[in-house]
Design a binder for this molecule. Sequence first.
Ligand SMILES: Cc1ncc(COP(=O)(O)O)c(C=O)c1O
Length: 450
Amino acid sequence: MSDGRPDPPKPSQSLSRAFAKFDLDGHDLPPSPAPSSPRNGKRYAIATELVYTEGSDQYGASSTPIYQTATFKQTSGSGGGEYDYTRSGNPTRTHLERHLAKIMNAERALVVSSGMGALDVITRLLKPGDEVVTGDDLYGGTNRLLKFLSTHGGIIVHHVDTTNADKVRGVLGTKTAMVLLETPTNPLIKIVDIPTIARATHEANPAAVVAVDNTMLSPLLQNPLDLGADIVYESGTKYLSGHHDLMAGVIAVNKASIGEGLFFVINSTGCGLSPFDSWLLMRGVKTLKVRLEQQQSNAQRIAEFLESHGFKVRYPGLPSHPQYQLHNSMARGAGAVLSFETGDTNVSERIVEAARLWAISVSFGCVNSLISMPCRMSHASIDAKTRQERAMPEDIIRLCVGIEDADDLIDDLSRALVQAGAVNLTTEGSFSAKDLGEASPKETVSNDIY
Ligand SMILES: Cc1ncc(COP(=O)(O)O)c(C=O)c1O
């Protein structure tokens, strides 16, 4: 105290003295479970890292408990506890964040209430007048948020074909504050050269950040931070959780200063992931490898099946993909999302409706297989004119492959193709894609890489 008198005992100290044999402050208890999943110097293979955690829960719970609480009792009148209010921090969330940081090769990871929430937090690093360079085949929700920022937030957004590094260089400059990339893009499955664009961005403006949406591949298959990105984000709603039973967004960074800026936004806006959803996401992450490997091997078989029957298939696991080499230079697998064209929007609609095992649904990454027409569903928020300018075929069908038996999936798709009249049947019972001739949207909306 300033008058030189000793500090009066704090309430908890006086209580502790009065009840000396009771551990009122909990100091004798093990620490909260948050410091689990330590980086103890040794890096294991990803399959091990995904499941390996070291809980220090007081009861030795093997699944980190859900701290379903808004507030935490303070150890003294002036605070001092590790946690005080769940908007600012919660042990279940911290446990997940540390686990994800390890898996994503990041200095820090943060979890929020959805993938779009993650992008919202990231774009709050921008100021009016800042320029953003991004792709022309973005997830519809990303496109919508960027449009809002350009009309309401004074942000200048350049949409270019990010598969062409020269087109990106053409719009980079000292005002570029952020380059936002998705690879593979969805549903056109175009590949973006992260290292080349990250280098060009930092040359144009060393202060600019490169943010990569890694939702399509997950940390199992690609680590953008190792490829030169400053921020990586993912919709945890997809592969990371894997069961379509939660919404979440994950952000990972390599610089503590960027992490602090992002945490400031999360704490200020209150979008941190809830304790229960943090627990669910933690559970999902542990099975990422077994799920995604099965999904990917099914996807490869289905892509080969469709291609061998004459459909134009977009999947980076096919050597016919024009950026097959580039994709494999960055990623450890092709993922489990592919798209194909039929040449006729009505035929595509009939295929989607005829499929039974393939549920008609937006989103991807779930253990169940899904089928959709992006122009009618996930990308419907991009107006038809813009879709045409961006060479998005209206008939494109997206397949998000699950963990079912691959033969069953192929049988169901074959039946839907026949029922929809998408194929010519031969007398021997085999079939091939119908050539729908000059009216085919394939010709009218093809883009430079296909
Ligand atoms: C590539 C991609 N990024 C981000 C998002 C947004 O994630 P969420 O739906 O969790 O907000 C999605 C959602 O479909 C997506 O496909």
